[in-house]
Design a protein around this ligand. Structure first.
Ligand SMILES: Cc1ncc(COP(=O)(O)O)c(C=O)c1O
Length: 366
């Protein structure tokens, strides 16, 4: 493992992820849980969390966005089912996916033909799920094309169709639209059953639907955000923290950081922390976000820079070089939530944690 001396880390509480997954599993049952660990588990570290889930039987399998992410799980020792949720392109990647026993998403007839060809070439059966377009407008085949894809794949003998699924675009905001999407999926399921399809896994629900819409659970739910604790009723798993590396007292009129966006209107004590947009602590937090030091909220002063950020510690008597600073998460009685940061940056909690960059070590604690 690379040596880490810089004190900026993302601490991931395994106990929180465990409890979140246990709750999802119980809520979804008898539907299975596919733990969505794409984008390095939304910044939390995919291999480590998948290993926890596999070891403790907290999920049936894992959802990733690409063949590369699936291969990384296999390299990390994961043997459970892995479904690649993205559309596979270039088509050569089917070979890698089949070799590594990754289940593939097939969303077009072109892809269906390519997966058949790859499976035949390898002499190994491929397993896939057909993706249905029901209103997300991203990838997926509409019902008539999906039925043709199913017929072609099942007739080939080279590919086994294990499931059919869709993705809900507005489970958290538009119940009527969501019901419409589920209706399209159910219609397709019935049409497939008429064609003799048996034992397929049907799935649609993301975290929000899995928790709030029992009708969406079908055979399986695909949950990411709730497992990381960023949905209501779940425990946040990530704390982004660092330590003060420099302290100074400034006079009234002192400017702080690039482009002088902050000017001290009184004498102030200012701390520099070694975290910036190079760590995923985005520039939109400049002059807006708070950081926790000594259990107190301390305002970010001036523009966040690539590697360092300045904060006001005038009111924190004990603040010194080495003091802990929490950028996301709890310290004492205070908490900076991902929702608070997301609102400030006009984005969603998913983006706040996913942006925590590769140079920030993930440290796993119970
Ligand atoms: C296809 C698919 N399924 C499931 C999920 C998980 O969604 P959530 O994190 O809201 O649970 C995602 C995430 O965006 C996704 O793209």
């Amino acid at each position: 493992m690379a040596i880490t001396l810089r004190p900026t880390i993302a601490e991931i509480r395994l106990s929180a992820v465990r409890r979140n997954l246990q709750k999802l599993k119980k809520t979804a049952a008898p539907a299975r849980v596919l733990f969505v660990v794409k984008a390095n588990a939304y910044g939390h570290g995919a291999a480590a969390l998948a290993r926890l889930a596999e070891r403790e039987d907290l999920a049936w399998g894992f959802g990733v966005s690409s063949v590369e992410e699936g291969l990384a799980l296999r390299a990390g020792g994961i043997i459970s089912p892995v479904l690649v949720l993205g559309s596979l392109y270039p088509f050569e990647s089917f070979v890698e996916a089949i070799n590594a026993d990754l289940m593939m998403t097939i969303a077009s007839q072109d892809a269906a033909r390519q997966v058949i060809e790859a499976a035949r070439r390898l002499g190994k059966k491929a397993v896939c799920h057909i993706k249905l377009e029901t209103g997300m407008g991203r990838i997926g085949a509409r019902k008539p094309a999906a039925l043709k894809i199913y017929d072609e794949l099942s007739a080939s003998g080279a590919v086994s169709v294990a499931g059919v699924y869709t993705h809900l675009s507005s489970a958290d905001t538009d119940p009527a639209y969501t019901a419409g999407q589920l209706g399209f999926l159910t219609e397709t399921v019935s049409a497939l059953a008429e064609r003799g399809a048996r034992g397929l896994t049907f799935h649609a629900a993301n975290s929000c639907a899995a928790v709030n819409l029992p009708a969406s659970r079908l055979n399986m739910v695909r949950c990411g955000i709730a497992a990381y604790g960023l949905a209501e009723g779940f425990e946040p798993a990530m704390t982004l923290k660092t330590r003060i590396v420099f302290i100074k007292n400034v006079r009234e009129g002192a400017f702080i950081s690039y482009n002088k966006s902050f000017r001290a209107d009184r004498p102030m004590k200012i701390a520099t922390i070694p975290a910036g947009y190079g760590d995923g602590y985005i520039r939109r937090f400049s002059n807006k976000a708070d950081v926790l030091i000594g259990g107190r909220r301390c305002r970010v002063l001036g523009n966040v820079t690539m590697d360092m950020t300045m904060v006001d510690v005038t009111h924190v008597k004990d603040a010194a070089v080495g003091s802990e600073a929490v950028l996301l998460g709890r310290q004492g009685r205070e908490e900076i939530t991902a929702a608070e940061l997301a609102a400030m940056a006009d984005t969603i909690t998913y983006e706040i944690v996913t942006l925590v960059s590769g140079r920030v070590p993930r440290v796993y604690v119970e």
